[in-house]
Design a protein around this ligand. Structure first.
Ligand code: E4P
Length: 218
């Protein structure tokens, strides 16, 4: 399973990259705003900085909601850097734009996916990635992980190549459950990735090993 980090924070991206397990980055307009990145030029410059920090795919989201605007924005984003994946919302014009980009060989991430039918549409339109938001479903008492299973089943039934990118991952159990369910990718905060390191038996075992070494090497 690929690990993407879901942030526009350069320090968090650099820390995940340094750990050696990072395969890419996802961003969205809210995450850019959170870092105080505003204005088209600054946003494009920030995407370039992210691409320079990591080796993998970097999802950059359009803000247009009409086909022509999405195509215009998406083409500019894709031209910015070979690592950029154009992120499109799952609305009718987003699906049309996804098909347009897919026919041109430009990679896409269809976002804001909350149902298996939406994921089917994204795959039919040739999306590179589909982003089901599991945390936001959990937030409204709906089983987000079940959506991952349903999409996995549908995609496997027909051999769709679209990769399932479990998004809105909030914690380590989401990461582990997505891995069990065969999600191709997960994107979450740095805390969800670093949380996987933690086990008290690792800490106490290491402390004992070091203590025993010191005793034997006085
Ligand atoms: C996906 O690409 C989104 O950026 C993201 O995962 C949304 O997560 P949130 O629900 O925690 O905002």
């Amino acid at each position: 399973m690929k690990f993407f980090i879901d942030t526009a924070n350069l320090n968090d991206i650099a820390e995940a990259q340094a750990l050696g397990v990072l395969d890419g980055v996802t961003t969205n307009p809210s995450l850019m705003a959170k870092e105080g990145i505003t204005g088209a030029e600054n946003i494009l410059a920030h995407y370039k900085k992210i691409c320079d920090l990591v080796e993998g795919d970097v999802s950059a989201e359009v803000i247009s909601t009409d086909f022509e605007g999405m195509v215009r924005e998406g083409e500019a984003l894709a031209a910015l850097h070979p690592q950029i994946v154009v992120k499109l919302p799952l609305i009718a014009d987003g699906i049309k734009a996804c098909k347009y980009f897919s026919d041109k060989g430009i990679r896409t991430n269809v976002t804001l996916v909350f149902s298996p039918g939406q994921a089917l549409l994204a795959a039919k339109a040739g999306a590179t990635y589909v982003s089901p938001f599991i945390g936001r479903l959990d937030d409204i008492s709906t089983d987000g992980l079940n959506l991952i299973s349903e999409i996995r089943l549908i995609y496997d039934n027909y051999g769709f190549q679209t990769q399932i990118l479990a998004a809105s991952v909030r914690h380590t159990m989401h990461v582990i459950d997505c891995a069990k369910l065969g999600s191709d990718v997960m994107t979450g905060p740095l805390s969800a990735i670093k949380g996987l390191l933690k086990h008290p038996l690792t800490d106490s075992g290491l402390a004992q090993f070091l203590l025993d070494y010191q005793k034997g090497n006085k």
